[in-house]
Design a protein around this ligand. Structure first.
Ligand code: FMN
Length: 234
């Protein structure tokens, strides 16, 4: 049981972590995240919620510098072009890409989902039927997610929750991070296909990320809208 002092301490730690986290452009190359701490970050990813619990993502960790360089030319958000350094690609302790399932797996009734319900969720056949119906209606009627692009984008929304949890967990441990969307989608897809064996029929890139320890304090103070401007109560 948490007492009042514990709760106050946890609240302070959470807000401190959110103030500490900033989109880190350059990491200290000499400081590596320990295996145990990165395991915790990955476990936060794995335990993240996803719509219908479908877990439509995979995390690709890209640790060799040679492999990271394959992305540099078209990943302006990760290459330090803005500040003349080797950026997140060249300095992060850990760098990765979250790829998400395409329509091939995400369409209601797909072979992939039947297997997932049976073997991961361990659902009985009658419950699987209910799931197929409910998810089918959600896709076709409630959210009108019908094209391949819409399904991949919807899977991408789940990936962003995963990455948010990874970044917050890291910040709570004093570890820096950067979410990265600054890349050419087609060329990233091609590179993943050609050099990493990621079949684009099954997976498309959603977002990149970098983790490590900041090389310097943030250049600019954090700015945000006021709480009044951010939230409306009814
Ligand atoms: C989905 C997403 C994609 C982003 N892409 C990049 C990027 O490619 N490169 C980069 O340096 N920062 C990127 N950022 C960082 C944002 O610019 C940053 O979070 C925002 O300006 C607020 O600053 P702060 O995170 O330091 O508080 C991205 C942020 C998010 C959430």
């Amino acid at each position: 049981m948490k007492d009042v002092t514990d709760t106050a301490r946890i609240q302070a730690e959470i807000i401190q972590a959110f103030n500490f986290r900033h989109a880190t452009k350059v990491f200290d190359r000499d400081r590596k995240i320990s295996e145990g701490e990165f395991e915790t970050i990955l476990e936060a990813a794995r335990l993240s919620p996803t719509s219908f619990g479908h877990e439509p993502f995979k995390i690709l960790m890209i640790q060799s510098q040679e492999k990271r360089e394959l992305f540099r030319e078209f990943s302006w958000g990760a290459n330090g072009m803005m500040n003349g350094t080797t950026g997140q690609l060249g300095t992060a302790s850990h760098f990765g890409i979250i790829v998400v399932n395409t329509a091939e797996a995400m369409t209601a009734g797909s072979a992939y989902l039947q297997d997932f319900y049976r073997n991961v969720k361990q659902l009985p056949e009658d419950v699987i039927e209910i799931f197929n119906g409910a998810y089918g209606k959600f896709q076709s009627t409630d959210h009108k997610i019908t094209t391949d692009r819409e399904m991949t984008d919807w899977a991408g929304k789940q990936a962003y929750i995963v990455l948010a949890n990874m970044m917050t967990s890291a910040a709570l441990m004093g570890i820096d991070s950067c979410p990265i969307e600054g890349f050419d989608m087609d060329r990233t897809t091609e590179t993943l296909e050609k050099h990493f064996g990621i079949d684009s029929k099954h997976y498309k890139p959603a977002v990149m990320f970098a983790f490590g320890y900041r090389a310097a304090d943030p250049q600019f103070p954090k700015t945000r809208r006021t709480m009044e401007d951010t939230v409306r109560w009814f």
